[in-house]
Design a protein around this ligand. Structure first.
Ligand SMILES: [Zn+2]
Length: 85
């Protein structure tokens, strides 16, 4: 999340250009399962963060401002945990 870094990963482009509001850590998380659990959210940039993934159109989702983040995140986390790896 540092601003004084060389951009290497796709997410670096976001952290350098945007304002970080927070972060979540999902222990033993599967980013593809989490992405699938969030499939109701739009993909703002196809391919973003998923260049090494054959299943997902992107590993970036747009979370609308009006979405209730804590409860939606909790539902997505539970769905990701119950999805097969
Ligand atoms: Zn994926």
């Amino acid at each position: 999340m540092r601003k004084d870094k060389r951009a290497h990963w796709h997410v670096d482009q976001l952290t350098l250009a945007g304002q970080i509001l927070g972060a979540f850590i999902l222990e033993s998380g599967d980013e593809c399962a989490l992405n699938a659990a969030l499939d109701g959210l739009p993909i703002p940039l196809p391919g973003f963060g998923s260049s090494d993934c054959r299943r997902c159109a992107a590993h970036l989702r747009l979370w609308p401002k009006q979405a209730a983040l804590p409860s939606d995140w909790e539902n997505a986390r539970k769905a990701a945990e119950s999805s097969p790896a």
